[in-house]
Design a protein around this ligand. Structure first.
Ligand SMILES: C[S@@+](CC[C@H](N)C(=O)[O-])C[C@H]1O[C@@H](n2cnc3c(N)ncnc32)[C@H](O)[C@@H]1O
Length: 299
């Protein structure tokens, strides 16, 4: 009986937490608060990915999430013998994928959310991969890692959260060996469009996403500034390419056609997603760019 009461209490408090977070315009959660609330309710069917996916060839969300992870790894030229640092690893699905497919020597993961680290460490140990994937609680902006100890730093849909992204760039540069690569799949604002309706849509979409998903205002800059900040941190051969056409609209279309996917989300989050699906993708995502960014530490 006591257990049932405790379980009901937990469910009510989670529902209230969701409602307050999503529907109270004055409510802001910090990064850990957001991911503790989301817990393991990923929309993917077989994994626990928390990204929007890369939809060039993918037919479902699981495949799209994996394709985004592989796009980041391929851009980093990840392969045998690499010492990889994966920041913001969520539940480590991409680390498991890379370890199996690409065989880097070692992957170190840094994630600020302790509840995710615990689940991810358990998953990796159960798969017998703990020797090759070393998951730690820690911040991408203050890495407890030796200088020049890493070949590839990757950030799969997470650098927008960091306080700040620029500090992360400097830390990535410090821990990379000369010739090492940084790759990020990242969310930034779109350059301003003309006309007040377009501007209003941009303001709403960036405002909602940044306030609800703990994106600090210091990280709100467009593609050209992103490139400048990588250069300022010391990177060369910089590329910041928009892949937004392969992310937002196809995801929106997929979710519209597969409402069952949303059933895996908390009912309060499902309602918010259903409201967004009533509008066309162009207006919902007007303020959001999605970039694949990369640079090399010279030497
Ligand atoms: C949108 S999720 C992406 C998770 C995973 N990369 C994926 O694609 O499924 C963002 C992740 O960034 C992590 N994160 C946010 N701020 C961080 C920081 N300063 N240092 C390390 N991880 C951070 C969160 O805990 C969360 O795991």
């Amino acid at each position: 009986m006591a257990r049932e009461v405790a379980s009901i209490r937990r469910r009510v408090s989670r529902a209230l937490g969701y409602i307050n977070w999503l529907y109270n315009p004055f409510q802001r959660l910090d990064v850990v608060g957001v991911y503790d609330l989301l817990a393991t309710s990923s929309a993917t069917a077989s994994g626990l990915y928390l990204n929007l996916g890369y939809w060039r060839a993918a037919q479902d969300l699981d495949a799209a999430s994996q394709d985004l992870a592989m796009l980041v790894a391929e851009t980093a030229r990840m392969g045998r013998g690499d010492r990889v640092l994966d920041v913001g690893f969520g539940f480590a699905d991409q680390d498991i994928l890379w370890a199996r497919r690409l065989h880097p020597e070692r992957i170190i993961g840094l994630n600020i959310t302790a509840s995710q680290v615990e689940v991810a460490q358990r998953r990796v140990a159960e798969l017998g991969l703990a020797e090759r994937i070393d998951l730690r609680q820690g911040s991408a902006t203050r890495m407890q890692l030796a200088p020049e100890s890493i070949d590839k730093v990757v950030a799969l849909e997470c650098a927008f959260h960091f306080r700040t992204r620029e500090r992360f760039f400097r830390e990535a540069w410090r821990v990379l060996r000369p010739g090492g690569r940084l790759v990020a799949a990242d969310i930034i604002p779109m350059p301003r469009v003309r006309g007040w309706i377009g501007r209003l849509q941009q303001w709403l979409s960036w405002g909602l996403v940044s306030s609800k998903f703990a994106i600090p205002p210091e990280n709100a800059y467009v593609r050209s500034s992103y490139q400048d900040k990588l250069a300022l941190a010391g990177f060369e051969e910089i590329r910041v390419e928009s892949i937004r056409e392969q992310v937002y609209a196809p995801l929106h279309q997929y979710l519209g056609g597969h409402p069952d996917t949303l059933r895996r989300l908390h009912p309060a989050a499902r309602l918010a997603a259903r409201i967004a699906l009533r509008f066309d993708a162009a207006s919902v995502y007007r303020g959001l760019d999605y970039v694949l960014a990369s640079g090399i530490k010279p030497g």
